[in-house]
Design a protein around this ligand. Structure first.
Ligand SMILES: C=C1C[C@]23C[C@H]1CC[C@H]2[C@@]12CCC[C@@](C)(C(=O)O1)[C@H]2[C@@H]3C(=O)O
Ligand SMILES: O=C(O)CCC(=O)C(=O)O
Ligand SMILES: [Fe+2]
Length: 348
């Protein structure tokens, strides 16, 4: 069965793009991390949390997974927003707390230690900068740790005598997230009036990856960015954010802050769902800003079909706007074209 590592090994990054800044010893934002205001995301157009907190909270849909009309609520949010906050999702808050705690524990290790599990240039898992970093002219105020399957290999290098807690927490979280992601996918399919049989892979075969994101407190947050504007490539992302920082782009409005709601998870759609739904559920552009005081952590769960399976707009799409290809082919197109990947496979 196709895995993430198989998909990425043919499209290696340059190692200098994998190694994050040594944030621990950085007191001033270096030139390499200063983003010009005129780049494609002028920081001045932030809808700042301070003046827009309440407003942005009420804009982005908040959905109770147990609501009787949940199919309609999710379907509508996916069509019009591509993102929503989910409450009553059944993931215990103690588990979310433990995952965040273990992520902080990992990122607090000395740089030297973290570099022992540096993601290799053609690798999918381990410590390093985001894959998108290779497309940017400036660097990101961010470091990540990617897990696909068991994290034991890397965790036992980080904590030779004490990796069990980390592994147990991450594996437990992955298991619970998988079942939540299946529920959400089924609800989305229902709204699209597509049966599970129409997928040429079984939901139970779906793959996943867990991305621990760290955004250290920054001496000059306005001059840099945590994650530059991007869409996610997979079907769907389920995210826990420890503090404010995530923003989504809304046509006609601009960047809207997704204010964390205690106990809620953020769900956003990715490129593969855009393809399957024939553009009905568009993937949403988002970015992350950093702050001066807090070390922000986020945990993103990504799910996707086995990388050797075929994805194409559902059969009932009268006029398919995307051509059919394997997940692996799509990820490799993304690795070359990043945000233009969907337009590359668009049928003219
Ligand atoms: C499972 C995934 C999803 C990845 C690649 C791989 C592991 C890391 C994920 C991210 C996380 C940060 C943004 C992004 C754009 C990035 O650069 O790395 C994501 C990317 C994608 O959605 O393509
Ligand atoms: O940190 C966040 O809020 C978002 C992270 C993100 O966009 C990602 O991991 O793809
Ligand atoms: Fe993202």
């Amino acid at each position: 069965m196709g895995t993430l590592s198989e998909a990425y090994k043919d499209v290696p990054m340059r190692l200098k793009h994998v190694i994050p800044l040594d944030f621990e010893s950085t007191k001033v934002v270096p030139e390499s991390h200063i983003w010009p205001e005129t780049e494609n995301f002028p920081l001045s157009d932030h809808i700042l949390p301070s003046d827009d907190n309440e407003k942005s909270k009420s804009w982005i849909p908040v959905i109770d997974l147990m609501a009787p009309n949940v199919v309609e609520l999710i379907g509508h949010a996916c069509e019009t927003w591509g993102v929503f906050q989910l409450t009553n999702h059944g993931i215990p808050s103690s588990l979310i707390h433990d995952v965040e705690f273990q992520a902080r524990r990992l990122f607090s290790l000395p740089t030297k230690q973290k570099l022992k599990v540096l993601r290799s240039a053609g690798g999918a898992t381990g410590y390093g900068a985001a894959r998108m970093a290779q497309f940017l002219t400036k660097y990101l105020w961010h470091e990540g740790f990617t897990i696909a399957g068991s994290p034991v290999e890397h965790a036992s290098v980080l904590w030779p005598h004490d990796h069990k807690t980390f592994c147990d927490v991450m594996e437990n979280y992955q298991k619970m997230m998988k079942s939540l992601a299946h529920q959400l996918l089924l609800l989305m399919l229902k709204w699209l009036e597509v049966s599970e049989d129409e997928l040429n892979w079984k939901l139970s075969m779906s793959q996943d990856a867990l991305q621990l994101n760290s955004f250290p407190a920054c001496p000059d947050p306005k001059s840099t960015i945590g994650l530059a504007p991007h869409t996610d490539s997979m079907l769907m992302t389920v995210l826990h954010q420890s503090h404010e920082g995530l923003q989504i782009f809304r046509d006609g409005i601009g960047w809207v802050t997704v204010s964390p709601i205690e106990g809620a998870l953020v769900v956003n759609l990715g490129n593969l769902m855009d393809i399957l739904s024939n553009g009905k559920f568009p993937s949403i552009q988002h970015r992350v800003f950093v702050n001066q005081i807090r070390h922000r952590i986020s945990v993103a769960y990504f799910c996707f079909p086995p990388t050797d399976s075929q994805v194409a707009p559902f059969a009932k799409s009268e006029c398919p706007i995307y051509s059919s290809l394997t997940v692996k082919e799509f990820l490799q197109i993304r690795a070359k074209h990043m945000e233009d990947a969907l337009s590359v496979i668009r049928i003219k």
